[in-house]
Ligand binder design. Structure first.
Ligand SMILES: Nc1ncnc2c1ncn2[C@@H]1O[C@H](COP(=O)(O)OP(=O)(O)O)[C@@H](O)[C@H]1O
Ligand SMILES: [Mg+2]
Length: 257
């Protein structure tokens, strides 16, 4: 559904993303997992044609070359940015109405879409509340509802679980799994919480480039085998292992040159 190869993005002389390759299948939850500053948001902004990549990148969404044919797929994408992007002086329901109209959802069905997302994200009883009077968690839930309003086939979520309490974090992952399983939505999600990446179907561990990708269990099993561990390591250990490996390879490359 989403294919990226050889994606690099520089800001002046600084390379934020280096030669990134990912392949996301239809209907899966793909986690782009890496520490702060590892290039996750930059990658998403290139995918959404907000930033231009360095020359040489090949990107397709649903088979359409990006950026050339972005207009043919934009309506299929729901995006939840890292920061709040709602009107504080409108209620939850009014925000949804506003974005529903922007998305050009036909008038006769807009209300049923609103009702559906409010129910899905458990916001129905709060729909008359002003965003400014909502808790941070509720604001996040409303952002997710907005991203889902036009029934997108692809959902792009940039660190949706940052700064929310553990209980809501679990609830969020349950929403994501429900949306993916019940509606067949393809989800690209970024996180710097390594532990929660085990909720994804596939992950790419990232630090400017993809260090390794696979299912969370595959990666843990790999490291268990390589390090002769008795039990499966946690994702932090997996990440540290592949980061160290990359540093070693870089050093070796330097000596060989
Ligand atoms: N517009 C920009 N100009 C210069 N540097 C940037 C810009 N946007 C991001 N960066 C830098 O690129 C790196 C990757 O940033 P980002 O993609 O936001 O990482 P992440 O989302 O993984 O935290 C960081 O070092 C950041 O400071
Ligand atoms: Mg970011």
């Amino acid at each position: 559904m989403i294919k990226i190869s050889s994606l690099s993005k520089s800001f002046g002389r600084f390379k934020a993303v280096e030669n990134l390759d990912i392949n996301i299948q239809r209907g899966e939850i793909f986690g782009l997992v890496g520490p702060n500053g590892s290039g996750k948001t930059t990658t998403i902004l290139v995918l959404l044609d907000i930033l231009d990549p360095d020359p040489g990148a090949k990107i397709t969404i649903d088979g359409k070359e990006i950026p050339k044919r972005i207009n043919e797929v934009y309506h299929k994408i729901g995006f939840m940015p890292q920061e709040l992007s709602l009107y504080l002086d409108l209620t939850i329901e009014q925000n949804l109405k506003f974005f529903g109209n922007l998305y050009k959802i036909p008038k006769p069905i807009i209300d049923s879409h609103i009702q559906e997302v409010l129910e899905l994200i458990d916001l129905t009883e709060y729909k008359k509340r002003l965003i400014s009077k909502c808790s941070g968690g509720m604001q996040r839930r409303c952002s997710l509802a907005v991203a889902l309003l036009h029934q997108p086939e692809i959902l792009i979520l940039d660190e949706p679980t940052v700064g929310i309490d553990p209980e809501l974090r679990i609830e969020f992952w349950n929403y994501f799994k429900k949306i993916s399983k019940e509606k067949g939505v393809t989800i690209l999600i970024t996180t710097h919480y390594l532990a929660e990446s085990i909720n994804c179907d596939q992950i790419g561990l990232m630090n400017k480039k993809i260090l390794i990708s696979g299912t969370p269990i595959e990666l843990m099993e790999n490291v268990r085998r390589l390090k002769n561990l008795e039990s499966l390591p946690d994702m932090e250990e997996v990440f540290i292992h592949y980061t160290h490996q990359e540093k070693k390879e870089k050093k070796l490359g330097g000596i060989g040159r």
